[in-house]
Design a protein around this ligand. Structure first.
Ligand SMILES: NC(=O)c1ccc[n+]([C@@H]2O[C@H](COP(=O)([O-])OP(=O)(O)OC[C@H]3O[C@@H](n4cnc5c(N)ncnc54)[C@H](OP(=O)(O)O)[C@@H]3O)[C@@H](O)[C@H]2O)c1
Length: 279
């Protein structure tokens, strides 16, 4: 067990699914829109997931944070706690069923329930034309974006049922229906996610658990840098993402708050989009 800068590791660190418990007794403002709610966010160490975690915590939710890089989710958890919120960071690879279950179960056990699950972790490997793409890289994208989303949703379902309902949000992409040359891995993985949302929503309708997709459009993150969106959308650039603007993670988080304000019985099986174009 270590205790540095207020972070207390409560578990056996030889276990790959160790959790860093940084829970905090201090309550957020009673005016917060998510006071009393508990959320789990994958890919919460940086980018959109970090923005989501900070915003949900600001609004009063206790948040379970998952990603592979423990130092990044620990830093987000510290930031939440320093602002008076509650968070638990659990290193996890979303492709690993046991690790994802540990993240969700640790979150629910630490805070007593689960109301919101956000399958945000995603990646883009195997970029390039189908004729040249390395199949293992192509498949790696599907493992993170599709299997990782499935495992996150699957782990959350029993806890959301126990809470009497809740929200599942899945991070999709406009590229799922409008991919371009070189994008086959990422676009087809997000098309699978689009389908998964529709099926799962039907399966969970009677449990008062909504399942919806968030389409953020281009957001300034490491992923967007990799995909060329940051450069393409810079002022004056000709751009390949016509009609789009480059958002910050906080913009997506504010949008998600609006979706979470909707009843958990529905809307469900929907795509909520920040795109500037049709998709
Ligand atoms: N940025 C955009 O323009 C944009 C547009 C449309 C959709 N999206 C979607 O939004 C989501 C977040 O993207 P982002 O732009 O915020 O990306 P990012 O800045 O690269 O952050 C990705 C996050 O996911 C985590 N992650 C990646 N692989 C993981 C794995 N196998 N297991 C657990 N966590 C993993 C990363 O942490 P570790 O590496 O430490 O695991 C990181 O915390 C993705 O689903 C992406 O497809 C982004």
């Amino acid at each position: 067990m270590t205790d540095t800068t207020g972070v207390t590791d409560t578990t056996d660190t030889t276990d790959a699914t160790d959790a860093t418990d940084v829970t905090h007794a201090g309550a957020r403002s009673p005016a917060g829109r998510l006071v009393g709610k508990v959320a789990v966010v994958t890919g919460a160490g940086r980018g959109i997931g970090r923005g989501l975690a900070l915003t949900l915590a600001r609004e009063g939710a206790a948040v379970g944070l998952g990603a592979r890089t423990g130092a990044e989710i620990d830093a987000v958890a510290r930031e939440i706690v320093a602002a008076g919120g509650r968070a638990v960071a659990v290193p996890c690879d979303v492709r690993d069923r046991a690790a994802v279950e540990c993240l969700v179960e640790t979150t629910a056990a630490t805070f007593g329930r689960l109301d919101i699950a956000i399958a945000n972790a995603g990646g883009m490997h195997g970029f390039g034309p189908v004729s040249d793409v390395e199949p293992d890289d192509w498949w790696a994208t599907h493992e993170v974006n599709v299997l990782g989303t499935l495992l996150t949703c699957r782990a959350a379902i029993p806890h959301l049922r126990s809470s009497g309902g809740g929200h599942i949000l899945v991070m999709g992409s406009g590229a799922r229906l409008r991919g371009g040359p070189g994008w086959s891995a990422y676009s087809s993985s997000k098309a699978a996610v689009f389908s998964l949302v529709r099926i799962l929503a039907q399966e969970l309708r009677s449990d008062a658990i909504s399942v919806n997709e968030i389409i953020p459009g281009p957001v300034q993150t490491e992923l967007a840098d990799f995909a060329g969106a940051t450069v393409a959308l810079a002022p004056g650039a000709p751009g390949v993402f016509g009609g789009e603007w480059l958002k910050q993670p906080a913009d997506v988080a504010e949008f998600v708050l609006g979706v979470l304000a909707l009843p958990s019985r529905g809307p469900t099986a929907q795509s909520f989009s920040l795109l500037g174009r049709d998709a």
